[in-house]
Ligand binder design. Structure first.
Ligand SMILES: Cc1cc2nc3c(=O)[nH]c(=O)nc-3n(C[C@H](O)[C@H](O)[C@H](O)COP(=O)(O)OP(=O)(O)OC[C@H]3O[C@@H](n4cnc5c(N)ncnc54)[C@H](O)[C@@H]3O)c2cc1C
Length: 408
């Protein structure tokens, strides 16, 4: 028998779950937030020590709660984000229960509503909002077995250079995580190999403004999901070391050996795809097309913004691009550690309600599923580009709260 009944249950105590709590409270709707570990757990235990938030301080906010800072153009540390989300939970006085994982979610037998099984008993709810994050399970290809003595770690478990054994490091994946980690290791004096695939390179700043300012000014961050293009690549940007535009040719000039995509591995030897130059060219094209879009916007609105010719400078191809390696012998290169910055997938295996597609991803329209009372929040492109951003989740939470209010 269910031990407890609530009107609305929110699963997950990250930025999305807390924002949902705030939006329900604003509408006078009773609810409970359940978090399996601690508030903002992923920012506590799944981010490396030197990570910087990718959005400048001036743009960081949760609903009714701006980020406190002394420098609007600086980038917060992970610790500052944990403190900010914790302070937000206090500010909204969230009714949250931590240390309680939801292990299963199913429909109530013979009636409307849902039952969440938790480590602490069952909870019956008219509405459930699943806010368990856009980046849940690390994707780590099992290419390198135990056949050679190698330290392997996914980016979500990487902490700092001292965690790694001495020697060179291979970083696989050059999205925002892999690039930042590669640079951190280089600065720590490591020899670094970076496997680069397709990426969406964007400028940190252009014509006097940060990227985030341009995304907002041009309405790009509000692009609705219906207008999302085919690309699933996340923007390649960084807030580390004051925030700068990532340029892989600059990385190479500083000493990083760039590689193509990792294709296969056997006996400590990695086969590399011959696609490095193509990936860089593709990233350059995305970057240039964004600059063109900004230029067109400036012209259309007759804005007085400074010119920025340096942003279009292209460094010459380093030798690792002109004559790319096709094989990498880990032993011969003295590589003692591999960091897999190969992304994440969702893991909704505990949801026993028929709302998942063949790939295990929830089927929903702007967070609302076909099952009455079941919602998702915080997923990538839930309703618009900014849906999974810390400063963007509040609008979706308001829409879902309105939906829940209408059901009540
Ligand atoms: C390396 C990295 C850097 C990022 N940098 C930025 C950035 O600079 N700016 C930005 O806007 N976004 C960034 N993001 C993306 C995004 O903002 C974060 O992933 C953010 O944590 C998402 O918040 P959330 O509340 O939706 O999910 P999460 O923070 O993932 O919170 C979900 C919560 O649900 C809990 N949970 C999960 N399953 C259960 C269960 N079964 N029962 C109970 N509780 C459960 C988890 O413990 C967790 O606390 C970054 C992501 C990554 C991976």
């Amino acid at each position: 028998m269910p031990l407890e009944q609530v009107r609305t249950l929110i699963i997950g105590g990250g930025q999305a779950g807390l924002t949902m709590s705030h939006r329900l409270k604003q509408r006078g709707l009773k609810h409970l937030v359940i978090e399996r570990h601690r508030i903002a757990e992923r920012w506590r235990s799944e981010r490396w020590d030197g990570l910087r938030f990718q959005f400048p301080n001036w743009s960081v906010r949760l609903p009714d709660f701006p980020f406190p800072h002394t420098d609007p153009d600086a980038f917060a540390t992970g610790r500052e984000i944990v403190d900010f989300i914790g302070a937000y939970a206090d500010f909204i006085a969230a009714p949250i229960r931590c240390g309680v994982p939801v292990t299963a979610l199913r429909r109530r037998d013979g009636g409307p509503g849902l039952i969440a099984e938790t480590s602490d008993g069952s909870i019956e709810a008219d509405n459930v909002v699943v806010a368990t994050g856009p980046y849940q399970s690390p994707v780590m290809p099992a290419l390198l077995g135990d056949d050679i003595d190698l330290f392997q770690v996914h980016a979500s478990r990487y902490l700092n250079p001292d965690q790694l054994p001495p020697g060179a490091v291979l970083v696989v994946g050059a999205g925002a995580s892999g690039s930042q980690i590669a640079e951190e290791l280089l600065r720590a004096g490591r020899r670094v190999y970076l496997s680069v695939g397709r990426h969406t390179r964007l400028p940190r700043r252009y014509r006097g403004r940060d990227l985030i300012w341009w995304l907002s000014a041009m309405g790009i961050d509000r692009t609705p999901v219906e207008q999302r293009g085919p690309s699933r690549l996340l923007p390649l940007i960084t807030g580390a070391y004051g925030g700068y535009t990532i340029d892989f040719r600059r990385f190479a000039a500083d000493g990083v050996t760039l590689l193509g995509r990792v294709k296969a591995a056997h006996d400590g030897i990695i086969d590399l795809a011959p696609d490095l130059a193509e990936s860089l060219a593709n990233g350059d094209a995305m970057y240039a097309s964004f600059l063109d879009r900004v230029d067109a916007h400036i012209e259309r609105h007759a804005l007085a913004m400074p010119q920025d010719p340096d942003a279009r400078a292209v460094l010459s191809d380093p030798s690792c691009v002109a004559e790319p390696l096709r094989r990498l012998d880990l032993r011969a290169e003295g590589i003692g550690a591999v960091i897999w910055a190969t992304g994440y997938r969702v893991d909704f295996g505990w949801i026993e309600v028929p709302v998942l597609d063949a790939r295990g991803e929830p089927v929903h329209r702007r967070g609302v599923t076909e099952v009455p009372g079941l919602y998702f929040l915080g997923l990538q492109w839930l309703s618009r580009m900014s849906s999974s951003f810390l400063s963007g989740v509040g609008d979706d939470a308001a829409d879902l709260a309105d939906h829940i209010a209408a059901r009540s």
